[in-house]
Design a binder for this molecule. Structure first.
Ligand SMILES: *Cc1c(COP(=O)(O)O)cnc(C)c1O
Length: 619
């Protein structure tokens, strides 16, 4: 893996310049420089950096791709897009998104009442809002309120009962009014075809969502009966997220296109749009042979436009407007999580730590000789001998024949032999050697929580590209696994021989070493869990001015301890009082000591759960 696979996942957003990884924008500051700049202000622990220029880039790319495709095929329908809020509802993201989206008539998609309130307040009047998912009467009423405000809002019917509620709300809210105002109506269709991959459940016949053909005809009749047919204007489907293969999309497009044409032929004049949902994938892989996406955005947009045109032509209906609700594609690359490495866990395996005796057990002595005489021509044989000896020595220890120091020497020597063998045979692509790396992996303790910041790794095994912030001019050689600071053994990104990952050998007592986790902008933040009460990390928005100079603002510090407890509905005034009383009533302390301890305690209470400093650097 050269340069941490940046040419696979990086999309030219970041570049490696000598020893650092830099933002490929403006004056190209390194991520290390930006990180240090923020940490100098006193923010420690993990930091989430947001880059609005990357949100803009994704929007530009999406709109440009469809504009080009429309031009290429001479397509007459319009193209529109909305952002599905469930992908990232954080204000520092959504505000920037709406800011860079000016000029695109871009809107928001909501799947719950709280999201709908965000959409109603942040979408400019006239830009589209779409509302999907299960809805109760109140949520449908909110859609009517939005429409009455003047919003261009489409409510997607996911089932027949929802339509019944819409009819009821229409009667209630449009009774005795100057003008009957109804939201635009879309119908989600239950696809025969389904998506693939780990997020595929959104499509297909067993999907939670959508109307079957029978229900669709029923809905059509109900809309007609209640004179709502004029509001039906959109067909909607969503085949699932992170669609790696384009084939299921094509199938879904054919299905949806034909349903659109059928309804048109039944005389649904107002029907005008097909909403293709999300699913546009992001390349997360750092390894060429593990890539997650088999198509480009150009292929994607061309397929959509081409297929819709084909169907419209053959069924002799007008070409529909195309809506997308791509979320992952828009949000994923905008944020980078930076986390400090606190410690390395197998440093004891070096020659200095050997405690050889005057007289060692013969097998230990032999291990030492194997290590001493190891060279390229005998490496494989010696390695096998060493592994064999280790088994015997560990058995001898269990039976009480050798002591703890002998056992420690055994572990160190075998570890050194494996490392040296890998080094000597590094030009041979032997599977055995790759497997061995698992045995000598270095464990990097990193100041972050997998549960909070990479929940899709924990839940679904989704990989995220990881790159250290510096030393990139040196080839990393330690097979690495990454441990977070939660007390949970699932909080580990283990070393995988199939997609090996290496980091540098460093001495954390001497130098700081940070890891950057890329493509964390979609889903991770709000899915993040407060396991062990590690909360959303400190965040900053990195903006570039006209001269290409960067500025860090929008700083929001990770929640302090008391606010974290308050969020769990603890009565923090009781906690406060209890802590105070316990110090004041302690017989261990003089009055002066009590005052001093209280001061220290309150300082700590104002900080967050993440670890603050690498102890040795604390000075
Ligand atoms: C989740 C969702 C999306 C977003 O999907 P991405 O894969 O993030 O683009 C779009 N539409 C609907 C209806 C969704 O549920």
């Amino acid at each position: 893996m050269k340069h941490f696979g940046i040419e696979i996942w990086g999309d030219n957003n970041f570049i490696i310049k000598k020893e650092t990884i830099n933002v490929n924008h403006g004056k190209q500051p390194s991520l290390l420089e930006i990180t240090n700049h923020i940490r100098e202000k006193g923010y420690k622990g993990p930091i989430l950096l947001r880059f609005p220029h990357l949100i803009k880039k994704q929007l530009d790319t999406l709109f440009h791709a469809f504009k080009s495709a429309k031009k290429e095929f001479g397509y007459s329908g319009d193209f529109h897009a909305v952002f599905p809020l469930k992908v990232n509802q954080f204000p520092n993201f959504v505000d920037e998104l709406m800011d860079v989206a000016k000029g695109y008539n871009y809107g928001l998609e909501a799947g719950s009442k709280a999201e709908l309130i965000i959409a109603m307040s942040l979408t400019p009047i006239g830009s589209p809002i779409t509302v999907n998912g299960f809805k109760d009467k109140e949520m449908i009423a909110l859609c009517f309120i939005a429409a009455k405000m003047g919003h261009n809002i489409t409510i997607t019917i996911e089932g027949i009962t929802e339509l019944e509620t819409i009819i009821q709300v229409d009667k209630e809210l449009n009774n005795n009014v100057k003008k009957r105002v109804v939201p635009k109506i879309g119908v989600r269709i239950r696809l025969h075809s389904s998506g693939i991959g780990i997020w595929a459940k959104s499509g297909g016949y067993s999907s939670k969502f959508g109307l079957t053909s029978t229900e669709l005809i029923e809905a059509y009749e109900m809309l007609k009966e209640y004179s709502l047919l004029d509001s039906l204007w959109m067909i909607h489907f969503h085949i699932g997220s992170q669609m790696g293969d384009i084939a299921p999309l094509k199938k879904a497009l054919r299905e949806a296109g034909n349903i659109y044409a059928e309804l048109k032929k039944r005389g649904v004049e107002s029907l005008k749009a097909i909403n293709i949902g999300g699913g546009l994938a992001v390349e997360y892989s750092q390894h060429p042979y593990a890539q997650e996406r088999n198509y480009s955005i150009k292929e994607f947009s061309n397929d959509v436009i081409y297929l819709m045109q084909e169907i419209s032509k053959s069924k002799n209906v007008p070409e529909p407007d195309i809506f997308t609700e791509s979320g992952r594609f828009i949000a994923a690359n905008h944020s980078v999580l930076i986390a400090p490495v606190l410690e390395l866990f197998s440093q004891e395996y070096n020659e200095k730590s050997l405690r050889l005796k005057e007289k060692n057990p013969p097998l230990v002595q032999e291990l030492y000789d194997l290590y001493d005489f190891l060279k390229k021509t005998n490496a494989r044989e010696y390695l096998h001998d060493a592994l064999d000896h280790m088994e015997s020595l560990l058995t001898l220890f269990d039976l009480g024949y050798i002591d703890l120091e002998d056992r420690s020497n055994t572990e160190i020597l075998v570890n050194l032999i494996i490392k040296k063998t890998i080094q000597l045979l590094k030009d041979e692509d032997a599977n055995e050697l790759k497997q061995l790396q698992e045995k000598i992996q270095e464990k990097y303790l990193v100041n972050f929580s997998v549960f909070q910041s990479l929940p899709d790794f924990w839940g679904l095994g989704q990989n995220f590209p990881i790159v250290p912030l510096n030393k990139l001019d040196i080839k990393p050689t330690n097979p690495a696994s990454i441990w977070d600071i939660t007390c949970d053994s699932d909080g580990e990104l283990g070393f995988k021989p199939k997609t090996p990952f290496y980091l540098h050998d460093i001495d954390v007592e001497e130098e700081e070493y940070f890891l950057a986790f890329f493509l964390t902008g979609a889903y991770q933040e709000v899915l993040g869990m407060k396991h062990n009460l590690f909360t959303h990390p400190t965040e900053a928005v990195i903006r570039f001015d006209k001269n290409g100079q960067y500025e860090a603002d929008g700083l929001i510090e990770a929640q302090n301890l008391m606010d974290t407890l308050d969020d769990l509905d603890y009565d923090t005034s009781i906690i406060d009082k209890s802590l105070k009383n316990k110090i004041e009533e302690s017989s261990n302390l003089t009055n002066d000591e009590k005052r001093e301890l209280l001061g220290t305690l309150y300082l700590y209470l104002s900080e967050n759960s993440y670890l603050k400093t690498i102890q040795a650097l604390q000075k």
